[in-house]
Design a protein around this ligand. Structure first.
Ligand code: ZN
Length: 159
C-alpha cells in the first residue's frame, strides 16, 4: 500500500539542521498523522506521499516548505504580565506566548522591568531541515478520524 492523502501514516524521523541532530522520534514512539491535513510542515507531508512501509529515505526541506523565512524586524515589546509568572525569563530562551492567533513559540531577546522584547520568528524559521524518515505503518483512516481531521489511537489523539 502506498501512502496517499487521508491515510494514517506512522513514521520515525530524525531531524537535523546544518549537520546537527535536533530531535529524533526514536527516543519516543513513531509520529502518527492523518496525511494531507497539515498537521506537519508542508514539505514533510509531501515527502510521505507514495511511500511504502519499511521505506527509509532522506529529505531536505527548504524554509519555504518548513517554518518560513526569518524576518529580522519581527521583534515585539510585550508586557511581562503576558508571560507565565513562574517562569524565569532569560535572553535566548524560547517560551510559549498566548496570542489572538493561538499559542506561539517566541525567543526572548531582552528582559526589562515591566516589558520583554521577543523575537516572533519560529525558532526553526529560515532553516533548511534534513529529515531521515522510516515508514512504520500505513493504514486507511476510519470514518471518525476523517471527520475529526486527525489520527486516533497510540501516537494519535486519544481525546
Ligand atoms: Zn478525534
Amino acid at each position: 500500500m502506498k501512502a496517499e492523502k487521508n491515510n494514517v501514516v506512522s513514521f520515525h524521523y530524525k531531524l537535523s539542521c546544518a549537520g546537527e541532530t535536533v530531535e529524533s522520534s526514536y527516543e519516543r514512539a513513531p509520529l502518527v498523522i492523518l496525511l494531507g491535513k497539515g498537521s506537519i510542515i508542508p514539505g514533510l507531508e509531501k515527502s510521505l506521499l507514495g511511500r511504502t512501509v519499511g521505506e527509509d529515505f532522506n529529505v531536505s526541506i527548504s524554509p519555504e516548505q518548513a517554518y518560513g523565512q526569518r524576518r529580522e524586524d519581527w521583534v515585539q515589546r510585550v508586557p511581562k504580565k503576558y508571560f507565565r509568572q513562574s517562569e524565569r525569563l532569560v535572553p535566548g530562551m524560547t517560551t510559549v506566548l498566548k496570542t489572538q492567533d493561538g499559542q506561539r513559540t517566541v525567543t526572548i531577546k531582552k528582559v526589562g522591568q515591566t516589558v520583554v522584547d521577543v523575537d516572533l520568528n519560529h525558532p526553526m524559521a529560515g532553516k533548511t531541515l534534513d529529515f531521515d524518515i522510516e515508514i512504520i505503518e500505513i493504514r486507511l483512516a476510519t470514518e471518525e478520524e476523517l471527520a475529526h481531521g486527525h489520527a486516533h489511537g497510540p501516537g494519535g489523539h486519544t481525546h
